[in-house]
Design a protein around this ligand. Sequence first.
Ligand code: ADP
Length: 462
Amino acid sequence: MARLKVLLASSEVVPFAKTGGLADVAGSLPLALEELGVDVRVIMPKYASVKAAGDFAKIGKSIKVYFVENEDYFNRKELYADLFGDYKDNLDRFAFFSREILARCKKEGFAPDVIHCNDWQTALIPVYLNTIYKYDPFFANTRTLYTIHNMAYQGLFPKEEFPKIGLDWALFHIDYFEFYDKVNLMKAGLVYSDAVSTVSPTYAKEILTREFGCGLEGVLKTRENALFGILNGIDYNLWSPEKDAKILKNYSVDSLQDKYLNKEMLQKEMGIKIDRNIPMFGMITRLAEQKGADFVADIIDRLLNMKAQFVLLGTGDIKYHVIFEKIAKKYPASASISLKFDAVLAQKIYASSDLFFIPSRYEPCGLSQMISFRYGTVPVVRQTGGLKDTVQEFDPRTGKGTGFTFIEPKSEELFRAVKKSLMVYKDKPLWMSLVKYLMGLDYSWEASAKEYINLYNRVVKK
Ligand code: ADP
């Protein structure tokens, strides 16, 4: 059988550029696919952060990562927005990116069996393949998979910008691009792709409902037979306390005392009280409504009065920056607030924390809980989307479960979960057995990469 040829198209890829989980996925799924024998290549824009010389780089053993260059569009520090909001030319930028991807396939003589598109930035690829390139023999056998990483980011633009896409106005129609008189790239991507997937089984079900579908639940319903949920994995070469070069001292299940050296070091670095026995809650997140940081802010007084510490690393909406700056001032010895994006500090926080907050209102998959597991850090999460698929409520009587959870999106519910977690924390032997159990869980890509291969094969046969 010929080797399956896959081109993964993404607007961000670790280690070249990252704003969120999409970059982690785009940088690590290919590594697992390569191991399983797929001829996989990756394509992304050449942002200012891409230091590689030339128009491609290599990851894994021999995976080519192609860069799409455009000085005006991509040679910028930020990916999608600056302090003044979304870049005004985002439609020009990503329509260009999508067109260039197809042109680049031809230039490289690489006709993929599947182009794996991710989020609105690459949603135009299935559209172009079915319009401009419909009768192009080069792409006669190329199919598309469109993966949704977050329903809330659909690529919405004013109607007046439609001509930038370069297609007939007839497609500005309720069955394709039109969404309440706006251009919606995700919608067209969902309609034109051969299969659609999202990043966890639970989210795949949730997005068919009004609560989670963000207005596209109807369109998704029409694609229900071609809609799949595949849980993300993480790259344990990157995320592992045994190998992580960014943390003070590596550790494993057999040398857990060293986890607490990391904790003391972070406490020192952040200027909070140095004491390995104080339970430390970490949180690393985009500060957006989705992530529920406000639930944590609501309970912070009670939390810190219970002799706990809170270490936040996050950036996003200014409203949350204001809230957490106040908290930092009020609790200099027990709250450490870093309002920025910092990949190195993130690794230190995963390694040092005892517990980790993910109180999301919705969560397509969530990677932080899987990273936390690996570092022996116990997640406190809301049961939604991928969090529901990965974190089961811990039962102190049986010792089963992988974290502390709550269902209703309310701060009181979070607080209830926190109180329970602190009760368990006090029981050292029980706590240590939970920590050790979490470190042994396997959320590597292997199983999910196999599911992707099955799905690719399915669309190829279409
Ligand atoms: P999302 O993609 O919705 O932001 P995920 O949980 O899927 O959420 O992925 C978030 C990823 O980004 C994780 O790897 C997390 O550690 C990282 N991250 C989020 N905020 C920051 C930050 N301020 N600094 C460093 N890493 C961050």
